[in-house]
Design a protein around this ligand. Structure first.
Ligand SMILES: Nc1ncnc2c1ncn2[C@@H]1O[C@H](COP(=O)(O)OP(=O)(O)OP(=O)(O)O)[C@@H](O)[C@H]1O
Ligand SMILES: [Mg+2]
Length: 248
């Protein structure tokens, strides 16, 4: 399963992507997390240490099919084929960051978004592996079709006009890309606001996460979410079960 998390800036993409990653790990999956935000936060939220070489520099692996050279080149790499240089490993989690391409002319002089799209397209997963991509805020990457190869797109929305409008814009772009499982997730939604999202998004709206004081506290204290097992973790487990039902 390849999952991308999108939405307007600040709606909670990285927080919910992290919780989803933790929930998948809890269910025994191996997770490849990809932080596609140019200012990445997943390493901090998942309390992963160490430098990570951005996959934007994984030029050999992702060179055009015609250029079959380079030590890492594989046509359809499996997660275990991906060079460890580009990831940090923590238990069942592998974390990669997209980053930015530093210099052109190193095999794949393409924008980072193209590198990510190729990786998502060619990567082969086993049934016990999942890829979770924390997307850059907004809609720019939709124009480049970066999310075209994914199986499930989550659009995070808050119960505010601006966020709802961006969500609608994303839904429209996702339709143009023929994406199948495009699902709206509410964040920081009070019970009294759930109906608003149901009215706006109908069946696409599948679950909402309430405002959570522990998340706020951890943020203020500069702590990540690795050992967070509060109410939003339970919601994330529900979400995993929902997504895994889509396979059937
Ligand atoms: N359900 C929640 N309850 C309380 N605080 C939350 C909740 N979800 C997210 N937050 C807080 O909201 C802020 C923004 O969340 P986050 O960084 O996950 O958003 P984002 O969409 O990834 O932002 P960006 O667009 O900058 O990447 C963070 O301080 C986070 O701790
Ligand atoms: Mg983020």
């Amino acid at each position: 399963m390849k999952i991308a998390v999108s939405g307007k800036g600040g709606v909670g993409k990285s927080s919910l992507a992290s919780l989803l990653i933790l929930a998948y790990l809890e269910r025994g999956f191996k997770v490849l997390a990809i932080d596609a935000d140019p200012s990445p936060h997943l390493a901090r939220l998942l309390e992963v240490q160490g430098e990570i070489t951005p996959i934007a520099e994984m030029t050999d692996l992702l060179a055009e099919r015609a250029q079959k050279s380079g030590p890492y080149y594989t046509l359809n790499p499996r997660v275990e084929d991906l060079p460890e240089k580009f990831m940090t490993i923590k238990d069942g989690l592998k974390l990669m960051v997209l980053g930015a391409i530093k210099s052109a002319g190193t095999g794949c002089a393409c924008p980072e978004q193209t590198v990510l799209r190729r990786l998502l397209t060619y990567l082969l997963l086993t049934a016990q592996e999942v890829v979770i991509v924390d997307m850059e805020a907004g809609v720019e990457h939709f124009g480049r079709g970066t999310v075209a190869p994914i199986d499930v797109l989550f659009v995070i929305t808050q119960p505010f006009r601006g966020s709802i409008e961006t969500t609608k814009q994303i839904l429209k772009l996702a339709e143009e890309l023929n994406l199948k499982n495009v699902l709206v997730i509410g964040n920081k939604v009070k019970e009294s606001q759930e109906n608003l999202l149901k009215d706006e998004f109908g069946e696409r709206f599948i679950i909402s996460f309430p405002p959570d004081e522990e998340i706020e506290r951890r943020e203020l204290e500069g702590r990540g979410l690795w050992d967070y097992r509060g109410q939003l973790f339970q919601k994330a487990l529900e979400l995993v079960d929902f997504v895994e039902d889509l396979r059937k």
